[in-house]
Design a protein around this ligand. Structure first.
Ligand code: SF4
Length: 322
């Protein structure tokens, strides 16, 4: 049954753990079956993510090369001019993207001229006919409303990891701050994009706990990015082991089963996956990727659009229309 009433918001940790730990073929079969009820299985949403302000962030997210306190090779970049951003958005649309996300490495949005410029960018990208998304850090209710009035379709604010493991990864803000911003976004009538990262040193229970937070929200996030840690030199997690493909497949399949109506985005970590491994993720229910002609995902390497279009053709998949 494909309707809102069929969505569950009362999952238990035990249920999601049991799903995550199923034999892999059974798990993928179940997730693929759910996926086919809720989505067109031959369509993949192409999204483009552009860093509009890079580096120099005061937060201490241990996985992030943009935190000012870590010595990484990231080039700090002030807020890009609006025309530059709109030129990127136009190119993304020509390349088949239906969604354009703008990211600024800020702890929170301030009511200043930079925010006014972001508002102009949102208006401009919206006028191009793209789904427009932003990730700018913490937002107040009033700021969320301004973004909504400018035409913002989605706001990304990842949970990152479980509430229990959160302070091991970030000490400059709390898990509840994240929930508060998501609440403000919802209240303003903007759709929510929220997921997490695996490979931070968390346990399986932490992964499930994070999914539980998302899956038991009153409304599931419309899009759920699942990231494998991109190990950035100079960050505290640079030497973490690479995330294995079956861990990624399990995480995606469990997300698909718990939140069947959401877009599940196979996000960071694709560059280290083969085409076959990515195909497993699509079979397990992922139906969105980030791509661009810049070969980067914010500040880490990512496959380029040409390679991605070739992969979709090889797999008999097609870009989703807006
Ligand atoms: S993840 Fe975002 S908030 Fe955290 S350090 Fe990086 S840019 Fe700042």
């Amino acid at each position: 049954m494909r309707n809102r009433e069929a969505l569950r918001h009362d999952w238990t940790k035990e249920e999601l753990l049991a799903i995550y730990n199923k034999p892999i073929l059974e798990l993928v079969y179940e997730a693929a079956s759910v996926h086919r009820i809720w989505h067109k299985a031959d369509e993949i949403q192409l999204s483009t993510l552009l860093s509009v302000k890079t580096g120099g962030c005061p937060e201490d997210c241990s996985y992030c090369g943009q935190a000012a306190r870590y010595h990484t090779d990231i080039n700090v970049q002030a807020l890009l001019p609006t025309e530059t951003v709109l030129a990127h958005a136009k190119k993304a649309k020509e390349n088949g993207s239906s969604r354009f996300c703008m990211a600024a490495a800020w702890r929170e949005v301030r009511d200043n001229r930079d925010f006014d410029r972001i508002i102009d960018m949102v208006k401009g990208v919206n006028e191009l006919g793209l789904e427009v998304c932003c990730t700018l850090g913490m937002l107040t209710e009033h700021q969320a409303k301004r973004l909504q009035e400018a035409g913002l379709y989605a706001y990304n604010h990842n949970m990152d990891t479980s509430a229990e493991y959160y302070e091991q990864i970030i000490s400059t803000r709390q898990f509840d701050n994240r929930l508060n911003t998501i609440h403000n976004v919802r209240k303003a009538g903007i759709t929510v994009c929220s997921g997490g990262i695996i490979g931070l040193g968390e346990s399986t229970t932490d992964r499930i706990s994070m999914l539980l937070t998302l899956a038991n929200m009153d409304i599931h996030p419309e899009s759920v990015p699942i990231n494998a840690l991109a190990r950035v030199k100079g960050t505290p997690l640079e030497n973490n082991p690479k995330v294995g493909i079956w861990e990624m497949v399990r995480m995606i399949a469990t997300t698909r089963i718990a939140m069947p109506g959401s877009m599940v985005r196979l996000s960071a970590g694709r560059l280290e996956m083969t085409e076959t491994e990515q195909a497993w993720c699509f079979l397990a229910g992922a139906n969105s990727i980030f791509t661009s002609d810049r070969e980067t995902l914010l500040v880490t390497p990512n496959p380029c659009i040409t390679k991605d279009i070739q992969m979709l053709q090889n797999l008999g998949l097609k870009p989703m229309k807006k």
